[in-house]
Design a protein. Structure first.
Length: 135
């Protein structure tokens, strides 16, 4: 939550990611990224942001971007759907250590984008540092 002006020792939170930031992050996701529990594939979401042709393509692209952006903001506020807190556990064989397995959790694409925006975006780094410091 942003601090009130004049609060000693408090810092203003950086600006929220814009719709354009969200769209860029979705488009930067690899197509072959594994889906989460819903089975929703990255390339499906990206296709909605790249619609071409037809009388309503621009409006549909804009609406898709705005909807995905609202989902990301909800995730940043901790208000995302319950399924975002769940994932599918997959064991991967570690080629450098025969007989050893590495667990990974496949989560929803929107949750991955939310995490990338929250952690990797330079504007959010101060918030992450503050959270780590005051853990």
């Amino acid at each position: 939550m942003p601090s009130a002006p004049g609060d000693p020792g408090e810092r203003e939170l950086p600006p929220r990611p814009s719709v354009e930031d969200t769209i860029k992050k979705f488009l930067s996701m690899p197509d072959e990224a594994a889906p989460g529990l819903s089975g929703q594939r990255t390339e499906w979401l990206k296709a909605s942001l790249k619609l071409q042709g037809g009388p309503y393509a621009a409006e549909l692209r804009k609406a898709a971007g705005e909807i995905l952006h609202e989902l990301v903001l909800a995730g940043l506020d901790g208000k995302g759907p319950a399924m975002w807190r769940d994932g599918r556990l997959v064991l991967l064989l570690r080629p450098e250590k025969p007989g050893c397995w590495r667990p990974i959790t496949l989560v929803e694409v929107v949750r991955r984008v939310t995490s990338k925006l929250a952690i990797a975006d330079p504007r959010m780094q101060e918030v992450v540092k503050d959270l780590e410091a005051h853990g």
